[in-house]
Design a protein. Sequence first.
Length: 261
Amino acid sequence: MPKKAKSKAKSKATPPKRRKVAVSIPALEAAATKAADFAAKHEAAAAESKGAAEQRRSDADAARQEVAKLEAAAKKAKRDAAKSAAAVKEANNRAAKLDALAKKARREATGREAAAERARLAAAEKARREAAQQAKREAAEKARLEAIERAKRKAAEKAERDAARKAEREAARQAKREAAEKAKIEAAERAQREAAEKAEREAARKVEREAAKEAKREAARIAKIEAAAEAKRQAAEKVEAEREAAERAEREAAEHNPGGR
């Protein structure tokens, strides 16, 4: 095989470096089975390509066998040329032609093998890229679904917090209204109690005033009665004193004039 063909075959046979897929292993666990199925399909396609490569190699083997036959024929021609000097030149020419044909057949066989290897490697690389892309798409879809789920959870938590805050505000307003209503009722009751107490005090003071007036009137009546009784007593005492004075005067007159009967 020529050096150029060898270097080409070597460069084609060297597998390309695989690109790293920026997807974490946990994210690929769910997608592993699908990716494996996807890779299996492309491996089947690669197997078909491999069958074609096998056919090419079979053709190359047939070409090599043909080359071997041609080489054998060239050797026989050389042997025959040794028998005849006139046929040597022709045999050499034929041998050169056969050698050129053999080299050409070897180059074609090598090219077909290299093409089959390139096709196999290209199919494998395509399957690997497609499997990686499928895994990447599935990981991206999983990440998108997880992001949607996180957003839903955050929205639900926010709605729950807002509802709780709203309920707290409503409860606070309700408590404030109830406290205001209670204070209003207590103020009304206190006002009623104070009014009742004031009315009772006014009634008590009125009763006391009426009682005082009645006591005063009673005292005045009693004083009047007592004054009348005192005046009557004094008049009776005066009459009694006058009577006694008259009797005393009569006694004295009788004593001074005993014969004046």
